[in-house]
Write a protein that binds this ligand. Sequence first.
Ligand SMILES: *Cc1c(COP(=O)(O)O)cnc(C)c1O
Length: 360
Amino acid sequence: MTDPSDSRLTIDLDALSANYHALRAAASGADVAPAVKADAYGVGAALVADRLWNEGARSFYTARLSEGLALRRSLGDRDATIHVLDGVTPGSADVLVAARLTPVLNSLPQIEAWNSQARGGRLAASLHIDTGMNRLGLRLEEVRVLLAAMDRLKHVEVTQVISHLACANEPDHPLNPKQLERFHEAVALLPQARRSLANSAGVFLGEAYAFDQVRPGISLYGGGPHDRPDPRIRAVVTLEAPILQTRNVPRGESIGYGATFTATDNTRVAILAAGYADGIPRAAHPRGAVWFDGRRRPMLGRVSMDLIAVDITDCDAARPGAMMQIIGPDLSVDDAAAAAGTTAYELLTRIAPRAHRVIL
Ligand SMILES: *Cc1c(COP(=O)(O)O)cnc(C)c1O
């Protein structure tokens, strides 16, 4: 049964397809391999991969082994390349092989583990080379050491070299060209491998960053490449919640926990059935807003676990049962995130399963 007080999470698969093609158009002919980690940023990895396979995607990126396994199951006999960014973690090599997952090798011990897993045969893998992020991946010096002792790689077929940009969302950041230069040095050491550098924002840095494959995540799911709405990217996720009750709050009275908001005028208020347990950040107070009846309406007072209050003064359409938009086509995930001091990434991945999901 769908409870009428459930919040509603609508996934627009046509918008997802449109974003995939917008990224393809911007990617200068490079292959577009969707990042579907964290359940495709909360959108649903099985759903996303199924749709984007139909649009032509053949490679996907997950973070965890468990995500790669789930994706392999959901894609069934479709012959996708599924990369696992965590690589060969202890005890995972057999499982990776059995599920035909492609690890992204991040360190010399991971390379050793994969090399011995090949048992004299050859196993494919991607190699992650760090070019300035200092998170995962081998340093250039380590790659040179590795290539000087080729037997360490004897049973590993490096089909692809990847690196990851730290600041692509700031197009003028000096680390971008620096990472690009180091990536060129890295791929020159492994000339037979395919090359992949760009995330969503990297795609929009231009042709020099596209190489053979790009790996967008956030912009497939509706986030702009520069942490703000972008006309090339459509909203994929709409989160709405119904009004439970409306009330008049007299001037001088406060609303919500901590009495942090005091009405300076008589104020008409709608109480929505959504709170931080539904993924509305508690930090949305005091700058957050929702969209209803043609305009933004400020949230008033603290976000509670299950409820928020919204200013509906002079809005006759606001009645119990009416749905207000928390994120969606009229209130972008980037703007909603900025109001809460966070990013579209965090907002999307925290939308709670309590919402009733509707797939368009
Ligand atoms: C998450 C991730 C991506 C996708 O990044 P977006 O900014 O969401 O486009 C690409 N590559 C790697 C290595 C990642 O971890």
